[in-house]
Design a protein around this ligand. Structure first.
Ligand code: PLP
Length: 398
């Protein structure tokens, strides 16, 4: 039997929505994207959303909006995909890694507290696997360090007058903290709709924020739009309207817009999200946790204040020396497993920049022991039975 790792959940409704856009005469950013943004704001309980072609673009745009650059530090986790940290490098700022907590793989607020310096402009937590970070603790730290904060000549930094909290919620769309969905806990929250994420548009992402975080949130959206599309005063749709040819370039913006084809997929995914995408994921992770027997640490999906969206199933082996072998044995069975994540200091780029993996022992121990199992709506009962059966056989023999 073959079990792939994370194919997307695509039904006739996504396919038909794409066909409609293709036939509509407008295929790039336009009405579908604006509709998707409205629906995302409603779902998240926020007021402003801008869709983009990736989460990477979203993270970078927020950093650019706040003029984060040379001389600034951004505290983030070493236990993430490179996107979270590479964008800090793109801006010329310095990523400062805070080690993680062993229970949920998320950034450890105690470590963050110790690492805040006069140069810290942003804290960029990542909601690993779908379980949210300790946002209240992170906000407390930002309040405690407020008197030390020195804003640069940037109106938004000056208005905020404290460290910016920017959430990488690439994994956590729909997850909750104190019964409130992601999108509202940080100053800005960025989602990914990449093909392997819970809600997908093939490639895509979004920035969301509000309510009541800034005095002029509409102005922020306007700036973000400028930054996302060549600094143009009009988007392509407005330029195409009869007589609408005039436009100005206000800044050297990027090219990060999302197409209506992608947004049409996203709208259909969002309609199906709570009824058809989350429930099967929940069933599968619960089945794994009750069925897998051996020297393992089961992943956490729920705490008193948090509820995950079941994005990953990050199992850990109590004997990490068996992890690679287990992946090989499963591969021979036709089962694709994965590892989340190789900590950033283990990558040549970050090693060259003098990040030393020995300074992040919790992250490294988690990495050595971790194996992510397949979780997706299309995974059949037969397949999940097979995964559990094969893992149990191997765990016994290893
Ligand atoms: C996937 C991912 C990203 C990047 O998302 P893109 O939409 O591909 O740019 C960022 N952070 C984390 C933690 C991710 O897993």
């Amino acid at each position: 039997m073959q079990v792939s790792f994370s194919p997307p959940s695509i039904t006739d409704s996504e396919i038909n929505a794409v066909i409609q856009v293709l036939k509509s005469g407008w295929i790039t950013t336009g009405p579908k994207t604006r509709e998707f943004e409205k629906l995302l704001s409603e779902y998240c309980g926020t007021t402003h959303t801008l869709c983009l072609n990736s989460a990477t673009a979203g993270l970078e745009l927020v950093l650019r909006l706040f003029d984060v650059g040379p001389g600034d530090e951004v505290i983030t986790t070493p236990y993430t995909f490179a996107a979270s940290s590479n964008v800090i490098l793109h801006c010329g700022a310095k990523p400062v890694f805070a080690d993680i907590k062993p229970d949920d793989f998320n950034i450890d607020p105690e470590q963050v507290f110790k690492l805040v310096s006069k140069k810290t402009k942003v804290i960029l937590p990542v909601d690993f696997g779908g379980l949210l970070c300790d946002y209240n603790e992170l906000k407390n730290i930002i309040e405690l360090k407020k008197t030390k904060f020195r804003p640069k000549k940037n109106t938004l930094q000056q208005e905020l007058n404290k460290i910016l909290l920017l959430s990488d919620a690439a994994h956590s769309f729909g997850s909750t903290y104190n019964k409130t969905r992601t999108g509202t806990h940080a100053d800005f929250t960025v989602f990914s709709f990449h093909a392997v994420k819970n809600l997908t548009t093939a490639e895509g992402g979004a920035i969301t924020y509000g309510p009541l975080k800034f005095t002029d949130p509409d102005q922020i959206l306007k700036k973000l739009k400028l930054l996302s599309l060549h600094g143009q005063s009009k988007d392509a749709l407005d330029k195409m309207k009869s007589g609408g040819w005039q436009y100005t370039i206000e800044t050297d913006g990027y090219k990060y817009n999302l197409t209506d084809i992608a947004s049409a997929i996203g709208i259909e995914q969002l309609k199906r999200y709570d009824s058809e995408i989350i429930p099967p994921r929940k069933r599968i992770v619960e089945f794994y946790s009750s069925g897998i027997k051996g020297h393992v640490i089961y992943p956490l999906f729920q705490t008193e204040s948090k509820q995950s969206n079941y994005h990953l199933y990050p199992l850990r082996l109590k004997k990490p020396e068996n992890r690679n072998r287990l992946i090989e044995l499963l591969a021979a069975d036709g089962i694709a497993a994965n590892v989340h994540f190789i900590p950033l200091p283990r990558h040549p780029l970050y090693a060259k920049l003098n990040y030393d993996i020995r300074r992040y022992p919790v992250a490294d121990n988690c990495f050595q022991a971790e194996i992510s199992l397949p979780v997706y709506p299309g995974l059949t009962t037969e397949q999940s039975n097979y995964v559990v059966e094969r893992i149990n056989v191997h765990l016994k023999q290893l």
